[in-house]
Design a protein around this ligand. Sequence first.
Ligand SMILES: NC(=O)c1ccc[n+]([C@@H]2O[C@H](COP(=O)([O-])OP(=O)(O)OC[C@H]3O[C@@H](n4cnc5c(N)ncnc54)[C@H](OP(=O)(O)O)[C@@H]3O)[C@@H](O)[C@H]2O)c1
Length: 336
Amino acid sequence: MKAYEIEEFGIDKLRIVERPNPKPADKEVLVSLRATSLNYRDFMVVSGSYNPRMKVPAIPFSDAAGEIAAVGEGVTKWKAGDRVMPIFAQRWYEGDSSEEKRRTSLGAGAQWDGVLCEFAVFDQESVVRIPDHLSFEEAATLPCAALTAWNALFVSGKLKPGDAVLTLGTGGVSIFALQFAKMAGATVFSTSGSEEKIGRLKDLGSDGTANYREREDWDRAAIEFCGEGVDHVVEVGGAGTLPKSINATRIAGHVAMIGALTGAAGFNPVTAFMKAIRLQGIFVGSKRMFEEMNKAITANTLRPVIDSVFEFDQARDALKHMESGSHFGKIVVKIG
Ligand SMILES: NC(=O)c1ccc[n+]([C@@H]2O[C@H](COP(=O)([O-])OP(=O)(O)OC[C@H]3O[C@@H](n4cnc5c(N)ncnc54)[C@H](OP(=O)(O)O)[C@@H]3O)[C@@H](O)[C@H]2O)c1
């Protein structure tokens, strides 16, 4: 089969190799992968900033969708032809995460090779069914970005209809957060650095917006929009945005700390404790959360927002497109 391998870090060093087709062992399924989607983590993994000591050669990318091609002995849950997505952390089925479970995340080293390849085997418990209304391209966007937004809003945030949510920028996690929050009857204030993207945020239902390049005090804009401050922030920015995200939050509100797009330096804790804000780190989510999210996606026939679809041999271009930051929503690579 064809697979992309990282042998040296750098987008241009990523190369297509031939690997033997994997075979499903006891209780494993062989999946013919049809599409994969990019997360910011994949860009960091390939460029070497995620873990410079990562074991290589390794297949990158964590998120995919495909069709079961064959099943191993003892597989009771699946048959050939079933449409599935591998879960992000292959052994995190339910409950809290742990160091051990986190280490089973796909696509960050040779031990748990990723999905930028034609076939992969997974334990029968480590895949979930694709909602019927979604294509492989759409389903490939769910395992990391969508689940992270779901966990932030509904598991950590316990979002209620009428709550106010602040989303930052227009990457994969933020666009899913906007869609889920609107689906649940919340009000959403969104930021972006681009006027054109702000127009698209409004089309998706953002109730209030600010261009963070033109309006540096976007935290104030969020407070002006919803009075006392927002109930939840989907914080993907990190050091450069966290102080303003905290300012924009109401007393006893919730900040889901997800990303570090602007860096990971320290911050002043005073406002956080004076406002009794709940800062909650989020790490993707469990299989149980993934299945609950898929029920909601199905019930609401929610469709992921796909920015662009690249062919398999254009995976490097897809990564460069992500690096440019010009995307809105998810970038997908077709397989096969
Ligand atoms: N903790 C977890 O489990 C988890 C899971 C998934 C992702 N993450 C992290 O979450 C972050 C987002 O991931 P992603 O995959 O959604 O990324 P992405 O798709 O690459 O999102 C990039 C977007 O972020 C926006 N952005 C960049 N700088 C910004 C700033 N200063 N202020 C506001 N927005 C800014 C830009 O939107 P505009 O062009 O509209 O300004 C840009 O297009 C990354 O740090 C990623 O590593 C963490």
